[in-house]
Structures are given as C-alpha cells and as structure tokens.
Design a binder for this molecule. Structure first.
Ligand SMILES: Cc1cc2nc3c(=O)[nH]c(=O)nc-3n(C[C@H](O)[C@H](O)[C@H](O)COP(=O)(O)O)c2cc1C
Length: 179
C-alpha cells in the first residue's frame, strides 16, 4: 500500500487534466492511498531563491502559505504523479511553482521513490510532449527515481474534450497496476 500524491496543474477544476488525474486515482485507489492536490485549491507563492531554508531549522521555507501542508503530505508520499496541461511546451507555471518550492534540503527527508507523468495538450503535434519528457527524464536521473509510466493526451482543448478518449482507461489501468 503506497501513499500516492497526484499534483494537478490546471486551474480548470473539471478540465482535462483533472479528469485524467481522477481516472488514474480511481485505478490507483484499489491498492493505495491516493490524494489529489490541485493548484486550483491551493495558494503557493514562488520560491524567491533566498536559500535561507538551507540554514533554517527543519529546512523550512520562511513563507507561510499552502506549501506548508503540501510539504507534510510529500513527506509521507511514496509516489508522486505530475499531472499538467501543456502550457507553451512546458508544464503549467502554477504547478512548476510548487515544484520549485522543493528546492529546500527538506526534500532529502522525503521517501519518494517513483514518479509518474500525465499530460494533456491541445495541439496535434508529434513532438508536443518532448520538452516535458526531457525534463521528467532529467529529474528521474538526478534524483534516482523510477518512472511508473506516462499518459500523454494530445488534441484536447476545451474542458471535457478528453471524455471518451481511451487515455482515461489507460490512466486508470496505470493506476491499477500500482501496488
Ligand atoms: C496559457 C496556455 C498555454 C497553452 N499552451 C499550449 C501549448 O503550448 N501546446 C498545446 O498543445 N496546448 C496548449 N494549451 C492548451 C491546453 O494544454 C489544453 O487546452 C488543455 O486541454 C488544458 O487542460 P485543462 O482542461 O486541464 O486545463 C495552452 C493553454 C493555455 C491556457
């Protein structure tokens, strides 16, 4: 039984990323504790690069925002899933803001062993996800993490466009494969 945190990077509560993440979570909940954290429900300020977390007790950030509770949840997580819309060939800035706050050495106390990646984008481009996949691979290599898999969905633009897409079942099965 793993603790899985799904970080959803769209402000659209019923958007394509949320639907894909919910499908994954439904499958993963069969054998794991799963929690979805959406950028639409939290207020997280950007890392200002002061590096004072390096010397503060517990390597805490000086900022008192919703990241405090996200740190606590990540401290107990075994697997983290990055779920994002493609925004200008990257993950969304609001999701990147959360990830940047993991600059703190506090992350060395985390027990996260695996990552997963769920992406949606509007364009019909063969290489649409390549820049994000490259970053994902670099993070896996640097932190010596294992990938549980990826689900990449192109040609979905408006909220709900993903309904009926086989990717929802793919995400469900990816989740259900984790135990
Ligand atoms: C600011 C912004 C930038 C976007 N950039 C891209 C892009 O570079 N490539 C692409 O295929 N779609 C892009 N899109 C479209 C979204 O990825 C697409 O609408 C997606 O389905 C939104 O997911 P959501 O419903 O979870 O919000 C962009 C959308 C926004 C709002």
């Amino acid at each position: 039984m793993n603790n899985i945190i799904v970080l959803v990077g769209s402000m659209r509560k019923n958007g394509n990323t949320a639907l894909l993440a919910q499908s994954f979570a439904k499958g993963a909940s069969k054998n794991n504790n799963v929690e979805i954290i959406s950028v639409s429900d939290v207020n997280v300020n950007p890392c200002i690069g002061c590096n004072t977390c390096f010397s503060r007790e517990g390597n805490k950030c000086f900022q008192n925002d919703d990241m405090t509770k996200i740190y606590e949840k990540l401290q107990n997580a075994d697997i983290v899933i990055i779920a994002s819309p493609v925004y200008f060939y990257s993950i969304s800035a609001s999701l990147k803001t959360i990830i940047d706050r993991l600059h703190t050495p506090m992350r060395n106390t985390f027990k996260i062993k695996k990552l997963g990646l769920l992406l949606v984008g509007a364009a019909n481009l063969q290489n649409l996800f390549d820049p994000i996949i490259m970053q994902y691979q670099m993070v896996l290599d640097f932190f010596k993490l294992e990938s549980i898999g990826t689900v990449l969905v192109s040609c979905v633009k408006d909220p709900g466009d993903i309904n009926g897409n086989p990717a929802l079942q793919e995400a469900y099965e990816l989740g259900a494969s984790i135990y």
